[in-house]
Design a binder for this molecule. Structure first.
Ligand SMILES: CC(C)(COP(=O)(O)OP(=O)(O)OC[C@H]1O[C@@H](n2cnc3c(N)ncnc32)[C@H](O)[C@@H]1OP(=O)(O)O)[C@@H](O)C(=O)NCCC(=O)NCCS
Length: 184
């Protein structure tokens, strides 16, 4: 019988030199976001460039998921301050979506942050201001099920004017937090 092995962990900084890995991660992130944010961008703006991904890996900030040696997802994890860490750029290969890889990546991000002293996790969700985007509503419901709650909602164009010019519709971004202390 064939066994499936899912490996999740932080990429070593040296992986930033692994060009095929960098390109695979860039493709997964940009394809996943293009699908999840369809209609939100005027010109199909990419979520991350190869250079940007290399820099995040070199900083030790990418948590990677692989199945039987094949890269299937990632999440960007960073320290905000002494008590708060944040995750973002969560993405999985459409071929495995709905199979628990996203949940495994968030579990890993939370437990890595907790092991480094975080008591709070943060994430940001970009949503159209005027109409509901089904993919974003599903994400929000999932984060709420995990114990996250919206702490701030800000007009995207106010804080990110240089990127907001690429939006096709007016958007706001929600900042969500969850206490990690309860699951310690
Ligand atoms: C968000 C994303 C990473 C989730 O990855 P995934 O591998 O599908 O995640 P999982 O299979 O672990 O599912 C996560 C949750 O969504 C639920 N879910 C998965 N597919 C679903 C679907 N089609 N409809 C409703 N819920 C669904 C799962 O039940 C799970 O909830 P649970 O933990 O309460 O059971 C993936 O959909 C993606 O890459 N989206 C595009 C990029 C994006 O929007 N990133 C997040 C920006 S903040």
């Amino acid at each position: 019988m064939r066994t499936t092995t899912v490996d999740v962990g932080q990429l070593p900084a040296s992986s930033s030199d692994d060009a095929p890995l960098v390109e695979r991660l860039v493709a997964i992130v940009n394809d996943a976001y293009a699908a999840g944010e369809v209609g939100m961008w005027r010109d199909g703006a990419a979520r991350v460039t190869s250079q940007g991904m290399r820099a995040l890996i070199a900083a030790g900030e990418i948590v990677h998921a692989g199945i039987d040696g094949r890269t299937v997802g990632c999440v960007h994890l960073r320290r905000v301050d002494a008590t708060t860490w944040a995750f973002g750029m969560l993405a999985t290969d459409p071929a495995v979506q709905g199979g628990g890889i996203g949940r495994t990546l968030v579990d890993a991000a939370e437990s890595i942050a907790q092991s480094r002293g975080a008591s709070r996790m943060q994430l940001e969700l970009l949503v159209p201001t005027a109409q509901e985007q089904a993919s974003k509503a599903a994400l929000g419901a999932w984060y709420a099920r995990r114990g996250y709650a919206i702490t701030t909602t800000r007009p995207f164009a106010l804080d990110y004017p240089e990127i907001a010019g690429h939006l096709a519709v007016e958007c706001e971004y929600q900042v969500w937090h969850r206490s990690l202390a309860a699951s310690a």
